[in-house]
Design a protein around this ligand. Sequence first.
Ligand code: SAH
Ligand code: SF4
Ligand code: F3S
Length: 457
Amino acid sequence: MTSEISYSKIEVFSCNKEMKRLSKTVKLFAILTFGCQMNVRDSETIKGILESLGYIETDNPDEADLLLFNTCSVRENPERKVYGRIQQYKEDSGKIIGICGCMVQQGAEFEYIKNELPQVRLVFGTHNIHELPELLEKAEEGQRVLNVWEDKQEIVEGLPAKRDQGVKAFVNISYGCNNFCTYCIVPYTRGREKSRTPENIISEVRELAQNGYKEVTLLGQNVNSYGKDLGLDFAALLEKVHEVEGIERIRFTTSHPKDLSDRLIAAFKNLPKLCEHLHLPVQAGSDRILKKMNRRYTREQYLELVAKLRDAVPGIALTTDIIVGFPGETEEDFLQTLDIVEKVRYDSAFTFIYSPRKGTPAAEMPDQVDEEVKKERIYRLIDLQNRISGEINQEIVGSTVEVLVEGTSKTDPSRLTGKTRSNKTINFPGDVGLIGRTVQVEVTAGKLSSLEGKLKE
Ligand code: SAH
Ligand code: SF4
Ligand code: F3S
Protein backbone atom coordinates (compact mmCIF):
# COMPACT_ATOMS: atom_id res chain seq x y z
CA MET A 1 0.00 0.00 0.00
CA THR A 2 2.74 2.43 0.95
CA SER A 3 4.63 1.80 -2.20
CA GLU A 4 1.40 2.63 -3.99
CA ILE A 5 0.98 5.81 -1.97
CA SER A 6 4.51 7.06 -2.44
CA TYR A 7 4.43 6.06 -6.10
CA SER A 8 1.33 8.15 -6.69
CA LYS A 9 2.94 11.05 -4.81
CA ILE A 10 6.04 10.89 -6.96
CA GLU A 11 3.82 10.76 -9.98
CA VAL A 12 1.98 13.89 -8.85
CA PHE A 13 5.31 15.61 -8.27
CA SER A 14 6.75 14.84 -11.66
CA CYS A 15 3.37 15.51 -13.19
CA ASN A 16 3.35 18.94 -11.46
CA LYS A 17 6.82 19.72 -12.74
CA GLU A 18 5.95 18.59 -16.23
CA MET A 19 2.82 20.72 -16.24
CA LYS A 20 4.81 23.67 -14.99
CA ARG A 21 7.32 23.24 -17.79
CA LEU A 22 4.59 23.01 -20.39
CA SER A 23 2.48 25.86 -19.22
CA LYS A 24 3.38 28.94 -17.25
CA THR A 25 -0.25 29.20 -16.16
CA VAL A 26 -0.04 26.24 -13.76
CA LYS A 27 0.67 27.55 -10.31
CA LEU A 28 1.76 25.47 -7.34
CA PHE A 29 1.13 26.25 -3.69
CA ALA A 30 2.43 24.82 -0.44
CA ILE A 31 1.07 25.57 3.00
CA LEU A 32 2.84 24.98 6.29
CA THR A 33 0.42 24.75 9.18
CA PHE A 34 1.35 25.41 12.80
CA GLY A 35 -0.85 25.31 15.91
CA CYS A 36 -4.14 23.73 16.82
CA GLN A 37 -6.99 21.97 15.00
CA MET A 38 -8.51 25.39 14.21
CA ASN A 39 -5.52 26.15 12.05
CA VAL A 40 -5.58 22.70 10.48
CA ARG A 41 -9.24 23.29 9.59
CA ASP A 42 -8.48 26.80 8.27
CA SER A 43 -5.71 25.38 6.10
CA GLU A 44 -8.26 23.00 4.58
CA THR A 45 -10.38 26.01 3.63
CA ILE A 46 -7.37 27.89 2.25
CA LYS A 47 -6.43 24.84 0.16
CA GLY A 48 -10.02 24.60 -1.10
CA ILE A 49 -10.00 28.27 -2.13
CA LEU A 50 -6.61 27.98 -3.82
CA GLU A 51 -7.65 24.91 -5.80
CA SER A 52 -10.81 26.71 -6.90
CA LEU A 53 -8.46 29.40 -8.28
CA GLY A 54 -6.55 26.81 -10.29
CA TYR A 55 -3.58 26.37 -7.96
CA ILE A 56 -2.25 22.84 -7.41
CA GLU A 57 -0.91 21.72 -4.04
CA THR A 58 2.64 20.51 -3.64
CA ASP A 59 4.26 19.40 -0.42
CA ASN A 60 7.61 20.69 -1.62
CA PRO A 61 7.87 24.35 -0.51
CA ASP A 62 10.85 24.95 -2.81
CA GLU A 63 8.87 24.42 -5.99
CA ALA A 64 5.80 26.35 -4.80
CA ASP A 65 4.87 29.61 -6.53
CA LEU A 66 2.88 30.48 -3.42
CA LEU A 67 4.24 29.49 -0.03
CA LEU A 68 1.89 30.15 2.88
CA PHE A 69 2.65 29.94 6.59
CA ASN A 70 -0.50 29.42 8.67
CA THR A 71 0.83 30.48 12.03
CA CYS A 72 0.24 29.98 15.76
CA SER A 73 0.97 32.41 18.60
CA VAL A 74 0.03 30.36 21.61
CA ARG A 75 3.66 30.03 22.69
CA GLU A 76 6.92 31.63 21.60
CA ASN A 77 8.31 28.48 20.00
CA PRO A 78 5.99 28.16 17.00
CA GLU A 79 6.48 31.88 16.30
CA ARG A 80 10.25 31.51 16.28
CA LYS A 81 10.04 28.54 13.94
CA VAL A 82 8.03 30.54 11.40
CA TYR A 83 10.44 33.46 11.42
CA GLY A 84 13.37 31.05 11.10
CA ARG A 85 11.83 29.45 8.02
CA ILE A 86 10.90 32.76 6.38
CA GLN A 87 14.37 34.20 6.83
CA GLN A 88 15.65 31.43 4.56
CA TYR A 89 13.94 33.16 1.62
CA LYS A 90 15.22 36.32 -0.05
CA GLU A 91 13.08 39.08 -1.52
CA ASP A 92 13.84 37.84 -5.02
CA SER A 93 12.91 34.21 -4.29
CA GLY A 94 10.51 34.30 -7.25
CA LYS A 95 7.62 33.08 -5.16
CA ILE A 96 4.84 34.77 -3.25
CA ILE A 97 5.52 34.21 0.44
CA GLY A 98 2.46 34.69 2.60
CA ILE A 99 1.68 34.63 6.31
CA CYS A 100 -1.75 34.08 7.78
CA GLY A 101 -3.18 32.70 11.01
CA CYS A 102 -2.83 33.87 14.58
CA MET A 103 0.55 35.63 14.49
CA VAL A 104 -0.56 38.35 12.12
CA GLN A 105 -3.55 39.17 14.35
CA GLN A 106 -1.16 40.70 16.87
CA GLY A 107 -0.18 44.29 16.22
CA ALA A 108 3.47 43.84 17.21
CA GLU A 109 4.02 40.81 14.97
CA PHE A 110 2.15 42.45 12.11
CA GLU A 111 4.42 45.52 12.38
CA TYR A 112 7.53 43.33 12.52
CA ILE A 113 6.48 41.42 9.40
CA LYS A 114 5.58 44.65 7.62
CA ASN A 115 8.82 46.42 8.46
CA GLU A 116 11.42 43.69 8.77
CA LEU A 117 10.36 40.93 6.39
CA PRO A 118 10.07 42.47 2.91
CA GLN A 119 10.11 38.99 1.37
CA VAL A 120 6.58 38.48 2.77
CA ARG A 121 4.26 39.68 -0.01
CA LEU A 122 0.88 38.57 1.32
CA VAL A 123 -0.59 38.84 4.80
CA PHE A 124 -4.17 38.02 5.74
CA GLY A 125 -5.69 37.12 9.09
CA THR A 126 -7.99 34.62 10.74
CA HIS A 127 -11.10 36.74 10.02
CA ASN A 128 -10.70 37.39 6.30
CA ILE A 129 -9.71 34.05 4.80
CA HIS A 130 -12.68 34.45 2.43
CA GLU A 131 -10.95 37.50 0.92
CA LEU A 132 -8.04 35.39 -0.25
CA PRO A 133 -9.00 35.37 -3.98
CA GLU A 134 -8.93 39.19 -4.25
CA LEU A 135 -5.86 39.59 -2.05
CA LEU A 136 -3.93 36.96 -3.96
CA GLU A 137 -4.83 38.51 -7.28
CA LYS A 138 -3.25 41.78 -6.13
CA ALA A 139 -0.17 39.93 -4.84
CA GLU A 140 0.15 38.17 -8.20
CA GLU A 141 0.09 41.58 -9.89
CA GLY A 142 3.15 42.51 -7.83
CA GLN A 143 1.54 44.49 -5.02
CA ARG A 144 2.52 43.86 -1.43
CA VAL A 145 -0.78 43.01 0.25
CA LEU A 146 -1.12 43.30 4.03
CA ASN A 147 -4.74 42.97 5.08
CA VAL A 148 -5.83 41.87 8.54
CA TRP A 149 -9.23 42.37 10.20
CA GLU A 150 -9.44 42.84 13.94
CA ASP A 151 -12.58 40.71 14.27
CA LYS A 152 -15.71 40.11 12.24
CA GLN A 153 -19.43 40.24 12.87
CA GLU A 154 -20.64 37.42 10.68
CA ILE A 155 -19.45 33.90 10.04
CA VAL A 156 -18.77 33.36 6.35
CA GLU A 157 -20.33 30.07 5.24
CA GLY A 158 -20.02 28.01 2.10
CA LEU A 159 -16.26 28.27 1.57
CA PRO A 160 -14.68 25.31 -0.21
CA ALA A 161 -12.46 22.89 1.74
CA LYS A 162 -9.85 20.37 0.74
CA ARG A 163 -9.74 17.70 3.41
CA ASP A 164 -6.94 15.21 3.62
CA GLN A 165 -8.55 11.87 4.12
CA GLY A 166 -11.89 10.19 3.83
CA VAL A 167 -12.37 8.70 7.29
CA LYS A 168 -12.57 11.52 9.83
CA ALA A 169 -13.08 15.25 9.57
CA PHE A 170 -13.02 18.41 11.67
CA VAL A 171 -16.17 20.53 11.73
CA ASN A 172 -16.12 24.02 13.26
CA ILE A 173 -19.04 24.74 15.54
CA SER A 174 -17.82 28.01 17.01
CA TYR A 175 -15.05 30.50 16.47
CA GLY A 176 -13.20 32.70 18.95
CA CYS A 177 -13.19 32.76 22.72
CA ASN A 178 -14.64 34.96 25.46
CA ASN A 179 -12.80 33.47 28.41
CA PHE A 180 -9.63 35.51 28.58
CA CYS A 181 -7.56 33.09 30.61
CA THR A 182 -4.80 35.46 31.69
CA TYR A 183 -1.97 33.56 29.96
CA CYS A 184 -3.73 33.06 26.63
CA ILE A 185 -3.42 34.96 23.36
CA VAL A 186 -6.27 33.14 21.57
CA PRO A 187 -9.09 35.60 22.44
CA TYR A 188 -6.95 38.34 20.88
CA THR A 189 -6.10 36.39 17.72
CA ARG A 190 -9.47 34.73 17.16
CA GLY A 191 -11.86 37.40 18.43
CA ARG A 192 -15.10 36.97 20.36
CA GLU A 193 -16.98 33.70 20.42
CA LYS A 194 -19.44 33.17 17.58
CA SER A 195 -21.45 30.01 17.02
CA ARG A 196 -22.39 28.56 13.65
CA THR A 197 -26.07 27.78 13.28
CA PRO A 198 -27.08 24.14 13.81
CA GLU A 199 -28.45 24.11 10.23
CA ASN A 200 -25.05 24.96 8.76
CA ILE A 201 -23.26 22.49 11.01
CA ILE A 202 -25.66 19.64 10.28
CA SER A 203 -25.59 20.26 6.55
CA GLU A 204 -21.77 20.06 6.60
CA VAL A 205 -21.87 16.84 8.66
CA ARG A 206 -24.44 15.34 6.24
CA GLU A 207 -22.27 16.18 3.29
CA LEU A 208 -19.29 14.55 4.99
CA ALA A 209 -21.34 11.42 5.64
CA GLN A 210 -22.42 11.34 1.99
CA ASN A 211 -18.75 11.52 1.02
CA GLY A 212 -17.96 8.50 3.15
CA TYR A 213 -16.60 10.12 6.31
CA LYS A 214 -17.28 8.06 9.41
CA GLU A 215 -16.15 10.31 12.24
CA VAL A 216 -16.53 14.01 12.99
CA THR A 217 -14.73 16.08 15.59
CA LEU A 218 -16.65 19.24 16.47
CA LEU A 219 -14.27 22.13 17.02
CA GLY A 220 -14.42 25.21 19.20
CA GLN A 221 -12.12 26.90 21.71
CA ASN A 222 -14.80 26.12 24.26
CA VAL A 223 -17.44 23.83 22.77
CA ASN A 224 -19.31 23.75 26.07
CA SER A 225 -20.42 27.34 25.60
CA TYR A 226 -21.56 26.63 22.03
CA GLY A 227 -24.81 28.40 21.18
CA LYS A 228 -24.91 30.82 24.12
CA ASP A 229 -24.96 33.65 21.58
CA LEU A 230 -27.88 31.99 19.73
CA GLY A 231 -29.84 30.83 22.79
CA LEU A 232 -28.86 27.20 22.08
CA ASP A 233 -27.11 24.42 23.93
CA PHE A 234 -24.14 22.23 23.02
CA ALA A 235 -25.68 18.97 24.22
CA ALA A 236 -28.74 19.69 22.03
CA LEU A 237 -26.43 20.17 19.05
CA LEU A 238 -24.77 16.83 19.78
CA GLU A 239 -28.18 15.17 19.73
CA LYS A 240 -28.79 16.59 16.25
CA VAL A 241 -25.36 15.55 14.95
CA HIS A 242 -26.04 12.10 16.35
CA GLU A 243 -29.02 11.73 14.02
CA VAL A 244 -26.90 12.06 10.87
CA GLU A 245 -26.86 8.69 9.15
CA GLY A 246 -23.48 7.33 8.11
CA ILE A 247 -21.55 9.12 10.86
CA GLU A 248 -20.47 6.43 13.31
CA ARG A 249 -18.36 8.38 15.76
CA ILE A 250 -18.58 11.85 17.25
CA ARG A 251 -15.89 13.67 19.19
CA PHE A 252 -15.42 17.28 20.23
CA THR A 253 -12.72 19.56 21.53
CA THR A 254 -12.08 21.62 23.63
CA SER A 255 -14.21 21.59 26.77
CA HIS A 256 -13.82 24.26 29.41
CA PRO A 257 -14.55 22.71 32.83
CA LYS A 258 -16.53 25.74 34.02
CA ASP A 259 -19.16 25.19 31.30
CA LEU A 260 -19.45 21.39 31.38
CA SER A 261 -23.16 20.72 31.93
CA ASP A 262 -24.98 17.74 33.42
CA ARG A 263 -26.79 17.45 30.09
CA LEU A 264 -23.45 16.96 28.37
CA ILE A 265 -22.42 14.31 30.88
CA ALA A 266 -25.75 12.58 30.20
CA ALA A 267 -25.07 12.77 26.46
CA PHE A 268 -22.12 10.43 26.93
CA LYS A 269 -24.56 7.87 28.31
CA ASN A 270 -27.40 8.49 25.86
CA LEU A 271 -25.63 8.98 22.53
CA PRO A 272 -23.90 5.77 21.47
CA LYS A 273 -21.91 7.48 18.70
CA LEU A 274 -20.30 9.87 21.18
CA CYS A 275 -16.88 8.37 21.92
CA GLU A 276 -15.90 7.84 25.54
CA HIS A 277 -13.12 10.38 25.65
CA LEU A 278 -13.04 13.89 27.01
CA HIS A 279 -10.24 16.42 26.69
CA LEU A 280 -10.72 18.55 29.79
CA PRO A 281 -7.83 21.00 30.26
CA VAL A 282 -7.10 21.53 33.94
CA GLN A 283 -4.09 23.86 33.41
CA ALA A 284 -3.04 23.79 37.09
CA GLY A 285 -3.84 21.98 40.32
CA SER A 286 -3.53 24.87 42.75
CA ASP A 287 -6.54 27.07 43.50
CA ARG A 288 -4.30 30.09 43.90
CA ILE A 289 -2.89 29.63 40.38
CA LEU A 290 -6.25 28.70 38.84
CA LYS A 291 -7.60 32.00 40.18
CA LYS A 292 -4.68 33.98 38.77
CA MET A 293 -5.23 32.19 35.45
CA ASN A 294 -8.90 33.30 35.51
CA ARG A 295 -10.05 29.72 34.94
CA ARG A 296 -13.13 30.16 37.16
CA TYR A 297 -13.16 26.72 38.80
CA THR A 298 -11.42 25.28 41.83
CA ARG A 299 -9.56 21.99 42.06
CA GLU A 300 -12.46 20.60 44.12
CA GLN A 301 -14.98 21.57 41.43
CA TYR A 302 -12.77 20.01 38.78
CA LEU A 303 -12.40 16.79 40.75
CA GLU A 304 -16.17 16.69 41.29
CA LEU A 305 -16.70 16.93 37.53
CA VAL A 306 -14.30 14.07 36.99
CA ALA A 307 -16.15 11.97 39.58
CA LYS A 308 -19.50 12.72 37.91
CA LEU A 309 -18.12 11.81 34.49
CA ARG A 310 -16.62 8.56 35.72
CA ASP A 311 -19.81 7.72 37.53
CA ALA A 312 -21.89 8.27 34.37
CA VAL A 313 -19.39 6.71 31.96
CA PRO A 314 -17.14 4.21 33.71
CA GLY A 315 -13.85 3.89 31.87
CA ILE A 316 -14.14 7.23 30.05
CA ALA A 317 -10.69 8.34 28.89
CA LEU A 318 -9.64 11.74 30.16
CA THR A 319 -6.87 13.88 28.69
CA THR A 320 -5.76 17.36 29.63
CA ASP A 321 -3.54 20.41 29.09
CA ILE A 322 -1.25 21.60 31.87
CA ILE A 323 0.91 24.71 32.12
CA VAL A 324 3.89 24.76 34.47
CA GLY A 325 5.69 27.87 35.65
CA PHE A 326 2.77 30.29 35.53
CA PRO A 327 3.86 33.57 37.20
CA GLY A 328 4.04 33.17 40.96
CA GLU A 329 3.83 29.35 40.86
CA THR A 330 5.61 28.07 43.96
CA GLU A 331 6.90 24.57 44.61
CA GLU A 332 3.80 24.10 46.81
CA ASP A 333 1.50 25.11 43.91
CA PHE A 334 3.33 22.79 41.56
CA LEU A 335 2.96 19.90 44.01
CA GLN A 336 -0.79 20.53 43.84
CA THR A 337 -0.58 20.07 40.06
CA LEU A 338 1.27 16.78 40.48
CA ASP A 339 -1.33 15.78 43.05
CA ILE A 340 -4.31 16.44 40.76
CA VAL A 341 -2.59 14.46 38.00
CA GLU A 342 -2.19 11.54 40.43
CA LYS A 343 -5.80 11.83 41.52
CA VAL A 344 -7.38 12.06 38.06
CA ARG A 345 -5.02 9.62 36.38
CA TYR A 346 -5.25 11.11 32.90
CA ASP A 347 -4.80 8.84 29.91
CA SER A 348 -2.44 11.46 28.52
CA ALA A 349 -1.60 15.13 28.93
CA PHE A 350 -0.20 17.95 26.84
CA THR A 351 2.25 19.71 29.10
CA PHE A 352 3.54 23.21 28.43
CA ILE A 353 6.09 25.55 29.91
CA TYR A 354 4.41 28.90 30.49
CA SER A 355 5.34 31.28 27.70
CA PRO A 356 4.63 34.99 28.31
CA ARG A 357 2.46 36.42 25.52
CA LYS A 358 2.63 40.15 24.88
CA GLY A 359 -0.69 41.85 25.60
CA THR A 360 -1.98 39.20 28.03
CA PRO A 361 -2.33 40.05 31.74
CA ALA A 362 -0.06 37.22 32.91
CA ALA A 363 2.88 38.55 30.91
CA GLU A 364 2.79 41.65 33.15
CA MET A 365 2.49 39.74 36.43
CA PRO A 366 5.37 39.92 38.90
CA ASP A 367 7.26 36.79 40.00
CA GLN A 368 7.84 35.28 36.57
CA VAL A 369 9.30 31.85 37.21
CA ASP A 370 12.91 31.15 36.37
CA GLU A 371 13.37 29.15 33.12
CA GLU A 372 15.46 26.50 34.88
CA VAL A 373 12.76 25.98 37.50
CA LYS A 374 10.11 25.70 34.77
CA LYS A 375 12.17 23.05 32.99
CA GLU A 376 12.82 21.07 36.11
CA ARG A 377 9.08 21.11 36.90
CA ILE A 378 7.96 20.05 33.45
CA TYR A 379 10.36 17.08 33.52
CA ARG A 380 8.90 15.95 36.84
CA LEU A 381 5.38 16.35 35.47
CA ILE A 382 6.18 14.46 32.26
CA ASP A 383 7.77 11.65 34.27
CA LEU A 384 4.67 11.29 36.39
CA GLN A 385 2.27 11.42 33.44
CA ASN A 386 4.37 8.91 31.47
CA ARG A 387 4.20 6.49 34.36
CA ILE A 388 0.41 6.85 34.57
CA SER A 389 -0.12 6.63 30.78
CA GLY A 390 2.06 3.52 30.67
CA GLU A 391 0.13 1.91 33.52
CA ILE A 392 -3.27 2.67 31.94
CA ASN A 393 -2.14 1.32 28.56
CA GLN A 394 -0.84 -1.83 30.25
CA GLU A 395 -4.13 -2.36 32.07
CA ILE A 396 -6.05 -2.70 28.81
CA VAL A 397 -3.76 -5.37 27.34
CA GLY A 398 -5.86 -8.45 26.69
CA SER A 399 -9.13 -6.55 26.23
CA THR A 400 -10.93 -6.13 22.92
CA VAL A 401 -11.53 -2.62 21.61
CA GLU A 402 -13.53 -1.09 18.76
CA VAL A 403 -11.24 0.57 16.22
CA LEU A 404 -12.02 2.84 13.29
CA VAL A 405 -9.28 2.05 10.77
CA GLU A 406 -7.71 5.25 9.44
CA GLY A 407 -4.89 4.07 7.21
CA THR A 408 -1.54 2.34 7.25
CA SER A 409 0.94 2.91 10.08
CA LYS A 410 3.49 5.66 9.33
CA THR A 411 6.34 3.70 10.85
CA ASP A 412 5.39 0.26 9.52
CA PRO A 413 3.36 0.36 6.30
CA SER A 414 2.53 -3.34 6.55
CA ARG A 415 0.32 -2.54 9.52
CA LEU A 416 -2.95 -0.67 9.85
CA THR A 417 -3.52 2.20 12.23
CA GLY A 418 -6.68 3.48 13.83
CA LYS A 419 -8.17 4.95 16.95
CA THR A 420 -10.00 3.28 19.79
CA ARG A 421 -13.16 4.98 21.01
CA SER A 422 -11.02 6.32 23.86
CA ASN A 423 -8.88 8.07 21.19
CA LYS A 424 -5.80 5.89 21.59
CA THR A 425 -3.75 5.04 18.53
CA ILE A 426 -3.58 1.31 17.88
CA ASN A 427 -1.50 -0.47 15.22
CA PHE A 428 -2.16 -4.02 14.01
CA PRO A 429 -1.61 -6.22 10.96
CA GLY A 430 -4.51 -6.19 8.53
CA ASP A 431 -5.68 -5.68 4.97
CA VAL A 432 -5.87 -2.15 3.53
CA GLY A 433 -9.42 -2.96 2.47
CA LEU A 434 -10.36 -2.37 6.11
CA ILE A 435 -9.53 1.35 5.94
CA GLY A 436 -12.67 3.28 6.83
CA ARG A 437 -14.20 0.27 8.56
CA THR A 438 -14.86 -0.31 12.25
CA VAL A 439 -13.26 -3.51 13.52
CA GLN A 440 -12.72 -5.33 16.80
CA VAL A 441 -9.08 -5.56 17.86
CA GLU A 442 -7.50 -7.35 20.78
CA VAL A 443 -4.89 -5.24 22.54
CA THR A 444 -1.62 -7.19 22.67
CA ALA A 445 0.76 -4.53 23.99
CA GLY A 446 0.50 -1.12 25.62
CA LYS A 447 3.21 1.44 24.97
CA LEU A 448 3.46 4.98 26.28
CA SER A 449 1.52 6.71 23.53
CA SER A 450 0.06 3.88 21.47
CA LEU A 451 -1.19 0.31 21.55
CA GLU A 452 -0.42 -2.80 19.53
CA GLY A 453 -3.13 -5.27 18.66
CA LYS A 454 -4.43 -8.10 16.53
CA LEU A 455 -7.70 -8.33 14.65
CA LYS A 456 -10.38 -10.46 16.24
CA GLU A 457 -11.72 -13.07 13.85
N1 SAH B 1 -9.26 26.63 24.03
C1 SAH B 1 -8.52 25.56 24.48
C2 SAH B 1 -7.04 25.61 24.31
C3 SAH B 1 -6.36 26.61 23.50
S1 SAH B 1 -4.64 26.71 23.58
C4 SAH B 1 -8.82 25.42 25.95
O1 SAH B 1 -9.16 26.34 26.61
O2 SAH B 1 -8.65 24.33 26.41
C5 SAH B 1 -4.07 25.09 23.96
C6 SAH B 1 -3.32 25.00 25.22
O3 SAH B 1 -2.14 25.77 25.16
C7 SAH B 1 -4.03 25.54 26.45
O4 SAH B 1 -4.94 24.64 26.98
C8 SAH B 1 -2.89 25.80 27.38
O5 SAH B 1 -2.57 24.66 28.16
C9 SAH B 1 -1.72 26.08 26.45
N2 SAH B 1 -1.35 27.51 26.50
C10 SAH B 1 -2.09 28.57 26.16
N3 SAH B 1 -1.41 29.71 26.35
C11 SAH B 1 -0.19 29.36 26.83
C12 SAH B 1 0.97 30.08 27.24
N4 SAH B 1 0.99 31.41 27.21
N5 SAH B 1 2.04 29.39 27.66
C13 SAH B 1 2.02 28.03 27.70
N6 SAH B 1 0.96 27.30 27.35
C14 SAH B 1 -0.15 27.95 26.91
FE1 SF4 C 1 -7.35 30.40 25.72
FE2 SF4 C 1 -8.76 30.05 27.91
FE3 SF4 C 1 -10.00 30.64 25.63
FE4 SF4 C 1 -8.88 28.27 25.92
S1 SF4 C 1 -10.60 29.06 27.12
S2 SF4 C 1 -8.71 29.61 24.16
S3 SF4 C 1 -7.10 28.70 27.18
S4 SF4 C 1 -8.63 31.98 26.77
FE1 F3S D 1 -2.35 28.67 18.04
FE2 F3S D 1 -4.21 30.20 17.10
FE3 F3S D 1 -4.75 27.69 17.67
S1 F3S D 1 -2.73 30.78 18.62
S2 F3S D 1 -3.37 27.25 19.34
S3 F3S D 1 -3.37 28.39 16.12
S4 F3S D 1 -6.14 29.40 17.86
